[in-house]
Structure formats: C-alpha cells, structure tokens
Design a protein around this ligand. Structure first.
Ligand code: NAD
Length: 479
C-alpha cells in the first residue's frame, strides 16, 4: 500500500519532519504501509487551516447545508463499505465481521448527526419586563479530536460527526496504531462537499503530535478517548488554556447474573462482551458477578463457550483476532502471568487456530475463576479478552462488587425481577446500565460516557451534539 499522507487544508502531504512511522498488520506483524510522523508544526498548520475554514466557507454553511454534507458522507462510506472494512481489518487486526459492523456504525454516526444538524435549538428565557432573552447554541470553534486505536472508524464518526454537525472545524490526531480509516473517510468527506480545512487529519505519535494538539492555544474544545493516564495529561494541557475536554477513559464493566436470570440469553452476550474486539473495548464486560447458587453451573457453561471460541487472523473471521501490537500483547500477558502466579484459577482458555500466522499478536480468550475483588486483575483494565468471575450472596453484595472499582462506564443486570432491575440500575455507578442485554458501548442514539475514573462528558446521541456547542445568551431590552 502507498505511504499515507496527512490531510491539512484539503491537501494531502507529508509531515514537516519528513519522518515516517511503520504500520503493521497485527495478524502477522508485517509492515504494509507507513504514516507521517507529524509534530507541533503540522498541528499548528492544521489548527490554522481549521480556523480559516471556521471563519470562511465552512462557517458560512447553514445547519441544513452541514447536515446534507454529512448525510452524503454517510452514503459514501456505505458505498465504500467493503474497501473500508478491509482497511480497518488490516490496520487493527479485528475480525472482518467486526470491521464491517464498525464501518456501518461510522456511516450511521454521520447519518444521525447529519439529520440532527438543523434540529439543535436554543431556548428563549422569560426575564425582565420589556426584554427578550435567547440562549443560542454556538459551536466552540476549532475542536481537537484524539482518537484511540481500538475503534478508529467508529470513534472518529462519533466525535467528528457531532463536532461538524454543530459547525466546528476539526483537527484529528488518530492513534499511531490505526490511522487508515480516518484518513480515507476524511478524503470521502471532501468528495461529499466538505470545504477544505473543516476536517484536518494529522498522524503522529501521541507524545509529539497528540501532546501538541492538547496544548495548542488555538483549540477551543478537545474530545479524547484512550487511557486514563493520557486523559489526565490531555486535560492538564487543556486546562492551561482553559479549554473544555470530554474524556472517555475506559472501564472495568460488570455483568450481574442473578439466580433467576435467563442464562440461555445472558451467557452468549456475556462472552461476546469480553471477546468482541479481543477485549480491547472501553466498555468491555470484563467482570461477571454471579449469584452463588448458580455459580458452578454458570462457570461450567462459560468454560464450554470459551473453549469453543476461535482465535486467528482477522480476515478469516474468527471470534477473536490479535491484539493491536506487541506492546499490548506483552502488557496483557504480564498482567495475566502475575494473576496466575498469585493463585488465581484459570477456568478456561480458547485455542489459537493452527493457521494463525506466526508473528501475529494473539492472546486467546481466557476465563479467570474466583478472583479476589481487590486483586489488580479485578480492579484494572486488562484491555484483552480476559473475563474475571466473582460470586455474590446478596443484592447488596452484588452492587458493592459492581461499584468496587475506580471505573464507572457501563454495566448489565440480568434478572427477571422487575423491581430488582430498577433498584440495581439506579444503584450502579455507571454512565450506561443495561437490563437483560448489554451494548458494549453500542447504540448511536444513546448518550455514552463515564463516571468516576471512566471520564466525564457525553458523546453519542443528541447529548454528544450539545457537547460540541456552548451557549451564548443574548438579552435584548426593547421596552
Ligand atoms: P493512549 O491513551 O496512550 O492513546 C490514545 C490516543 O492518545 C492516541 O491517539 C495516542 O496517540 C494519544 N496520545 C498518547 N499520548 C498522548 C499525549 N501525551 N498527549 C496527547 N495525546 C496522546 O492509549 P494506548 O497507549 O494506545 O493504550 C494504552 C491503554 O489505554 C490500553 O491498554 C487501554 O487500557 C487504554 N485504552 C482505552 C481506550 C478506550 O476506548 N477507553 C482506547 C485505547 C486504549
């Protein structure tokens, strides 16, 4: 594949540094293209291009015109579905069926926000006699978007879709491990009629291009998805410029299985919620809390399901593809080796397919049994296909376990008892609680974001659109 280029002011080009970053296929570890290794100079050029578009052609578009461009982009993404899915599969290693679902979701973000662009109303406020007060929703201006590698197309759509619909001009720094779909979709956006400079993509390392974007004084809002540590650094850099930030930082999401749960419905969902995207999902269901009376039955059924899972190259359509890179494979392996050395039981492990290419970053899914609730593997995000199981004796204990980590992103409650469904949903500290289903972060129409160390602010849904605006109050005294 040809070397990749940044997109700044509607032009494709190399980084100022002239340096490049190799792009590997996680399925076999082979280099198949390269990215520009951009730095503060490229970020500065992109911010200037975005500012010019915001004050120029893009800023002059009506909300309806913005919506039409995004709707057209959605249609173009669907027209290029096959191409984009293969690109996403090669870039991230994810199973091809997951890559296809991600591209469909990305198109849906642009469809949703395209339709919403001219439905974002302000309000009028009763005030003093002889006055009219209106609160108008206005875009922030130039928005920065720092995207992770786990769902590059989806998170690009969710973040950039909302920002553009609201009238902002965007500077995007995709993850160095997964830039290809954002670059291709940005090129399609030009084809859809998006004015040059409204959407700029700058590839590079987090500590160089990412840090430069977070600290740039020309940025008016930052949307960040990634690790808690980087989220802190981004928020600190933004705070120096008094810039608002939306942080989506991952989780340790629990699924609560009560004794009256419909296990035939629950267990396939429980398994999928941790195996999807090889567990590299911020909303992965990485903990299963099981009422003690059904604990052994559930573990036996989960064991059978884990042992039947396939792991292999993304393009062969396995249940589980490789992890994103060597560093993540080493990190996940070290965490699990430490847990097993501490005496935590391995209840089940899937096998690696015989035809999985050597050199790929594979970690077959794993079920851990009777995990102590304070152990690091019960508290920290593994970001791999590892499900930790815990027993509970009462509803109170289940809630205490569910809330007993630093995170609060998503959760699921499986029970037929309607009162318990509502009680548990209200008591669990999470941005999304599912009852008798689990979204693993899905649902473009559903507000999404965390509590506690999972972050703050909301994306997706109409709430996500509002995040990309601020309110200007206009008070008129007319007598
Ligand atoms: P990361 O947080 O370092 O990277 C996310 C994005 O931030 C990337 O685009 C990266 O280039 C950028 N970045 C990195 N350092 C930066 C800095 N100093 N300033 C500005 N931007 C910077 O995540 P990672 O290293 O790729 O993965 C490490 C861990 O992060 C994972 O194991 C996982 O726990 C977590 N993670 C979470 C999510 C999520 O969706 N919540 C996504 C990816 C990774």
């Amino acid at each position: 594949m040809k070397p990749q280029l940044n997109l700044i002011a509607g032009e494709h080009g190399a980084a100022f540094s002239g340096l490049r970053i190799d792009v590997l296929d996680p399925s076999d570890g082979r280099v198949f293209t390269s990215l520009p290794r951009s730095d503060a100079r490229d970020i500065d050029a992109a911010v200037q291009a975005a500012r010019a578009a915001f004050h120029g052609a893009w800023g002059r578009c009506t909300a309806t015109e913005r919506g039409r461009i995004l709707t057209k982009l959605s249609a173009l993404i669907l027209q290029h579905h096959e191409e984009l899915s293969l690109l996403e599969c090669a870039d991230t290693g994810k199973p091809i069926q997951q890559a296809k679902a991600d591209i469909t979701a990305c198109a849906r973000y642009f469809e949703y926000y395209g339709g919403a662009a001219d439905k974002l109303h302000g309000e009028s406020i009763p005030y003093a006699a002889g006055s009219t007060v209106i609160a108008v929703r206005v875009p922030h201006g130039v928005t920065g978007h720092i995207i992770p590698w786990n769902y590059p197309a989806q998170i690009f759509g969710r973040s950039v879709g909302g920002a553009l619909a609201a009238g902002n001009a965007c500077v995007v720094k995709p993850a160095e491990d997964a830039c290809l779909s954002p670059l291709r979709i940005a090129a399609l956006a030009l084809q859809a009629g998006l004015p040059a400079g409204a959407l700029n993509i700058v590839c590079g390392l987090g500590v160089e291009a990412g840090a430069a974007l977070a600290a740039h004084t020309g940025i008016n809002h930052i949307s960040f998805t990634g690790s808690p540590q980087t989220g802190t650094a981004v928020a600190q850099a933004a705070a120096a410029n008094h810039v608002p930030v939306t942080l989506e930082l991952g989780g340790k999401s629990p699924q609560l299985l009560f004794a009256d749960a419909d296990l035939d419905k629950a267990l396939p969902v429980v398994v999928n919620a941790i195996v999807q995207n090889a567990g590299q999902t911020c909303a992965a269901g990485s903990r299963v809390l099981i009422e003690r009376s059904i604990y052994d039955t559930v573990i036996a059924q989960l064991k059978a399901r884990f042992e039947a899972l396939t792991t292999g190259a993304g393009k062969t359509g396995p249940d589980c593809g490789p992890l994103i890179n060597r560093r993540q494979l080493d990190r996940v392996s070290a965490m699990i080796d430490a847990a097993l050395a501490d005496g935590i039981q391995l209840a089940a492990r899937a096998k690696l397919a015989a035809d999985a290419p050597a050199g790929g970053f594979y970690f077959p899914p794993m079920l851990l049994n009777a995990v102590p609730s304070e152990h690091p593997v019960a508290q920290m995000e593994v970001f791999g296909p590892v499900l930790a199981a815990f027993a509970f004796d009462s509803e109170d204990e289940a809630i205490e376990l569910a809330n007993g980590t630093p995170f609060g992103l998503t959760a699921a409650v499986w029970t037929r008892d309607g009162a318990r469904q509502l009680r548990a949903a209200h008591r669990i500290e999470a941005g999304q609680v599912f009852v008798n289903n689990y979204g693993a972060g899905g649902g473009i129409e559903l507000p999404f974001g965390g509590m506690k160390h999972s972050g703050y602010g909301r994306e997706k849904a109409f709430e996500g659109l509002r995040s990309f605006t601020t309110i200007k109050t206009i008070a008129i005294q007319h007598g």
